[in-house]
Design a protein around this ligand. Structure first.
Ligand code: UGA
Length: 448
C-alpha cells in the first residue's frame, strides 16, 4: 500500500518504518527541513533502539521517502497517518493546532480516490469529528477518518509498534476498516519475518469502536498508568513513615493478578513527553464535559508532591544547608533507555537545587546533549563524561534516572571520590543493605 506519515517524531517514524519493513511504500512529510535532510541521509532525530537500522535498510531498499511538501506525497496515498505533536497549552488543554494544520494541508492535496486519514496523534475527545468537517469544507467527501491511538513507549518504540498489546480502531466506515485491517494484517497475525525481534506467539487483539471511544481509550490508558504510579508513591510515603519497605509491599500486592506487578516502581513520579501533557488534557476534557475528575486531580498532586518530598530529603541529609555544596546527579533523561529530557523529574530537581544555591555535576549515558539545551547558560552546572567524574568532590550523590548501568558502578571508588558518603536514590535502584554495609549513608523512597 502507499502510505504517508505526517510528522517524523517517535510515533511517526516508528509507524512508518514498521509499515515500510512490512513491504509498504512510505512517504514521510515533516515541516522540519533539517530533520528531513538528516533522515534522507539515514540519521534519526533521536536515540531509539532499531530506528537507525530500519531507516538504513528501508532507504537502501527504496521503500521510504522524505519530503517537507504535502503535494508530493498526499495525492498518491491510500492511507495517511497524522502523527504530529499535541503539546500542552498554558491552560493544560491539548494544543491541536499542528493536527489542524496537517489536516488543512492534506485537504489541499487529496486526490479524488478514497483515502483513509488516520489520527495517531493524541487528541481530545471529539477531535476526529472536527477534522472531518475541515476536510469536508475543502470539498472532499471520498475519505474516512480513523482514530488509531498509539501506545508505544519510548525506548521500545519499534518493538511496541511491531508487537502491540492491542490495536484500537475508532472507525465508522466499513471500507476504511477493511483497508486498515489489511495494512495491519501482518502485525495482527504476527506473520512478519525477520524484522528486528522475535514475533509474538499469539494474535494481536483489535478493538473496533467509535472515534470518540478510541480517543478516550488513549487518555484513559495513560490516566490509569499514572494512577498506578501515584498510588504506589503514596503508599511508599506511608511505608517510609511507619518503617515498611515499599519494594516488599509492591511485590506483595503485585502478585494479585487483578493488580499486576507492572508500574509499581516507587520513585520520583512520572514525567516525559506524554503522561504529564495527556493527564492535563484529560483533566480539561473532563472539566469541559461538566465532570470534575477528583481522582485525577489527586493523582497529579501526589506526583508534584513526590518531587518536592525528594528535594526536602536531599536538603535534610545535607544538613539543611545547600548553598555552595556540590551535588552529583546521576540520570537526566525522564526514564532509562532514552535521551529524552522533556518534563523529566531530574531536570526539576536540578533546577530546584540550583535555586537553593547548590552546584551540580550531572551525568547521563544518553541525554547529556538534550540536557545541555534545556539547562543552558548556568555556570553552576557541570556536565560530566562519567559517573565518577560527577561524584568527584561532591557532597552527595543523587540518583534521578533508573539507568541499569548505575547498579554496577564501582561504589568503593565512588565512596573515595565523594566528600561525604551520602547517596540519595530517587529510583530505589540500589541494594540498601549493601550500600549501608559499604559505609554509605543511603536514603531512598519508601524504604527505611
Ligand atoms: C507512556 C506509556 O507507557 C505508553 O503506553 C504511551 O504510549 C506513551 O506514554 C504515550 O502516551 O505516548 P513513555 O512516556 O515512553 O510511555 O514512558 P513510560 O515508560 O510509561 O514511563 C513514564 C514515566 O513514568 C517515567 O517518568 C517513568 O520513570 C515513570 N514510571 C514508570 C514510574 O515512576 N514508575 C513505574 O513503575 C513506571
Amino acid at each position: 500500500m502507499k502510505v504517508s506519515i505526517i510528522g517524523a517524531g517517535y510515533v511517526g517514524l516508528s509507524t512508518g518504518l514498521t509499515l515500510a519493513s512490512l513491504g509498504n511504500e512510505v512517504y514521510f512529510v515533516d515541516v522540519d527541513e533539517d530533520k528531513i535532510n538528516k533522515l534522507r541521509n539515514g540519521k534519526p532525530p533521536f536515540q531509539e533502539p532499531h530506528v537507525k537500522e530500519l531507516l538504513e535498510k528501508n532507504l537502501k531498499e527504496k521503500r521510504v521517502k522524505f519530503s517537507s511538501l504535502y503535494s508530493v506525497a498526499i495525492p498518491k496515498s491510500d492511507v495517511i497517518f497524522v502523527c504530529v505533536g499535541t503539546p500542552s497549552k498554558i491552560s493544560g488543554e491539548a494544543d491541536i493546532s499542528h493536527v489542524k494544520d496537517a489536516i488543512k494541508n492534506i485537504s489541499k492535496n487529496l486526490d479524488k480516490k478514497f483515502t483513509v486519514v488516520v489520527i495517531k496523534s493524541t487528541v481530545p475527545v471529539g477531535t476526529a469529528k472536527l477534522l472531518k468537517r475541515i476536510i469536508e469544507r475543502a470539498d472532499h467527501n471520498n475519505f474516512s477518518i480513523v482514530s488509531n491511538p498509539e501506545f508505544l513507549r519510548e525506548g521500545y518504540a519499534i518493538r511496541d509498534t511491531l508487537k502491540p498489546d492491542r490495536i484500537v480502531l475508532g472507525v465508522d466506515d466499513k471500507r476504511a476498516l477493511e483497508i486498515l485491517s489489511n495494512l495491519y494484517d501482518p502485525i495482527i497475525k504476527q506473520s512478519f519475518e525477520n524484522i528486528v525481534e522475535e514475533k509474538l506467539s499469539r494474535q494481536v487483539p483489535v478493538v473496533v469502536t467509535s472515534n470518540i471511544s478510541a480517543e478516550l481509550i488513549k487518555y484513559a490508558a495513560n490516566a490509569f498508568l499514572v494512577t498506578k504510579i501515584s498510588f504506589i508513591n503514596e503508599i511508599a510515603n506511608v511505608a517510609e513513615n511507619i518503617g515498611g519497605d515499599i519494594e516488599d509491599v509492591a511485590e506483595g500486592i503485585g502478585l494479585d493478578p487483578r493488580i499486576g506487578n507492572k508500574f509499581l516502581n516507587a520513585g520520583l513520579g512520572w514525567g516525559g513527553n506524554c503522561f504529564p501533557k495527556d493527564i492535563r488534557a484529560l483533566y480539561q476534557v473532563a472539566g469541559k464535559s461538566g465532570y470534575m475528575p477528583v481522582l485525577l486531580k489527586s493523582v497529579i498532586e501526589v506526583n508534584n508532591e513526590q518531587r518536592y518530598r525528594f528535594l526536602q530529603k536531599i536538603v535534610k541529609v545535607l544538613g539543611e544547608v545547600i548553598e555552595g555544596k556540590t551535588v552529583a546527579i546521576l540520570g537526566i533523561a525522564f526514564k532509562s533507555g532514552t535521551d529524552d529530557v522533556r518534563e523529566s523529574p531530574a531536570i526539576e530537581i536540578i533546577n530546584k537545587l540550583l535555586e537553593l544555591g547548590a552546584k551540580i555535576k550531572a551525568y547521563d549515558p544518553l541525554a547529556l546533549e538534550n540536557a545541555k539545551k534545556v539547562l543552558k547558560n548556568n555556570s553552576d552546572i557541570i556536565f560530566c563524561t562519567s559517573p565518577y567524574d560527577a561524584a568527584n568532590g561532591a557532597s552527595a550523590l543523587v540518583i534521578t534516572t533508573e539507568w541499569p548501568e548505575f547498579k554496577d558502578l564501582n561504589f568503593k571508588k565512588i565512596k573515595g571520590l565523594l566528600k561525604s558518603p551520602i547517596v540519595v536514590d530517587g529510583k530505589n535502584l540500589l541494594d540498601k543493605d549493601l550500600m549501608r554495609e559499604m559505609g554509605f549513608k543511603y536514603h531512598s523512597i519508601g524504604r527505611k
